[in-house]
Design a protein around this ligand. Structure first.
Ligand code: SAH
Length: 436
């Protein structure tokens, strides 16, 4: 479950039914005395999705009986993860997304546009019936100027709107058909999205695709290799954890090191999402890595590095040592940002380095100190957060520097900067007489 997902506990169905009367006939009191609905009933599932759409997002939804009824909490997880990605790596005033396989509900564009007022979408599907309903859902919510629904061909290019569009996209998203065949569906024991024993109204086109989801996402990846920076982040939801290693191998084969993996746990259902980028903006580990032990050897490398200074007396002293060190590094500009309130004391400095002047090779004159004429971008942007106690005795939290890679091509530049700064901070603290 995404930490910002408000559906982290079961809804109060009786209250929902009071506020959305069409749900009322489906609510009953179970053996524990709580109100619930019958998840085996498609009508009950549909009324629940409509109720959440109406009451929480002010949206109205028309769902056909023969297509998937999307559960809102599960779909919201993916939107919130994209919101994290967009907020940390995209600076544009208007955000453009592509939803591949939007389905009859157009749930992702509708949810996302109601939460984020600067977001716009192109939404595609191959299924004529879903496209008709998706268009109707967009229109009945007066979102036509922000969401364009397009019918595409099953064997056509998966990223068609990026080929033809004049403008670049900030992200692509997709909830692909997960399975390769009807046997694959029955083997998986799905569909638990609505809870145990829930029914699934998914049509074959929504559930099954040749080669399953791995092949579907591999097709998107292969197109992205041509389009590269035309879109900042290419992403997809995945229904099977086993698809992730195959896709990561593909990334590694093509030297794509800027990727992210996340996991959504919603009741009994586990889903994953994967994203990759050809741009230099990097994601903090909280959005790009998960702690699931099974996935550790395929996680992207860390973009967040901790260096502890257990002897430093306070975060304030650590911050002034850091400031002293940073001003002495050639080509580095520092700006400060407001401290987050989680720690006793913390301050963040944003570092912008025009060239690598700190590595051993640079100091021996083996690396050019000046920026190449064709290189307008900095070699490194990172944030350095100084966190810890406000005084030596106030708590037992150790002081630490938290380096987060924000932008750059070369991981070694970031890592060498973090170790250079940490070494220098240690000696500066010693000069201050501050390390015990
Ligand atoms: N986004 C919706 C529907 C997901 S089901 C939701 O999350 O509820 C997968 C969708 O992908 C189906 O609507 C299916 O018709 C569509 N689809 C299958 N192959 C496609 C392709 N090549 N291009 C675009 N959409 C496709």
């Amino acid at each position: 479950m995404h930490p910002r997902n408000p559906y982290n506990k079961p809804p109060d169905f009786a209250e929902l039914a009071r506020r959305y009367p069409p749900l009322r006939p489906h609510v009953f009191i179970n053996h524990t005395g709580s109100s619930t609905i019958n998840f085996k009933s498609l009508a009950a599932q549909k009324r629940l999705t409509e109720a959440l759409f109406r009451l929480d997002y002010g949206l109205s939804l028309t769902l056909p009986d023969d297509r998937l009824c999307p559960p809102v909490p599960n779909r919201l997880n993916y939107v919130l993860w994209l919101q994290d990605i967009v907020k940390s790596t995209c600076g544009s005033a208007t955000v453009r997304g592509l939803d591949i396989g939007t389905g009859s509900s157009a749930i992702y564009p509708l949810l996302a546009c109601s939460i984020e007022h600067t977001w716009n979408f192109v939404a595609t599907d191959i299924d004529e019936r879903s496209v008709q309903f998706a268009k109707q859902n967009v229109s009945q919510n007066s979102m036509d100027s922000r969401i364009v629904v397009e019918r595409v061909q099953a064997d056509g290019p998966m990223l068609q709107p990026l080929h033809t569009g004049l403008m670049d996209f900030d992200f692509t998203m997709c909830n692909p058909p997960f399975y390769s065949s009807a046997e694959d569906v029955s083997r998986s024991g799905e569909f638990k999205e609505f809870g145990p024993n829930a029914v699934c109204s998914g049509a074959e086109v929504e559930m099954i695709t040749p080669g399953g989801e791995t092949n579907f996402v591999a097709r998107i990846f292969s197109k992205s290799l041509q389009l590269r920076t035309k879109c900042r982040w290419y992403t997809s939801m995945l229904g099977k954890m086993s698809s992730i290693p195959d896709l990561v191998s593909l990334f590694r084969e093509h030297n794509v090191d800027n990727y992210a993996i996340t996991e959504f746990i919603q009741g009994q259902t586990r889903r994953w999402a994967i994203g990759w980028s050809f741009q230099d903006a990097r994601l903090p580990d909280t959005f790009a890595r998960v702690s699931n032990p099974t996935l550790q050897n395929i996680m992207p490398s860390r973009n967040t590095l901790h260096h502890a200074f257990p002897g430093a007396r306070s975060a304030n002293i650590l911050a002034s040592a850091l400031r002293n060190v940073l001003v002495l590094i050639n080509g580095v500009t520092v700006t400060s940002s407001a401290p987050p309130a989680i720690y006793d004391h913390s301050s963040t400095m944003l570092v912008h380095a025009r060239s690598n002047t700190w590595s051993r090779a640079a100091r021996r004159g083996k690396l050019p100190e000046t920026v190449h004429a064709d290189q307008e971008l900095p070699v490194l942007r990172c944030s350095v957060e100084c966190r810890g106690r406000s005084s030596y005795t106030s708590s037992d939290i150790a002081c630490e520097l938290l380096f987060t890679w924000v932008e750059g091509k070369d991981r070694l530049v970031f890592e060498s900067f973090a170790s250079h700064v940490s070494r220098k901070v240690t000696s500066t603290l010693q000069e201050f007489g501050d390390v015990i």
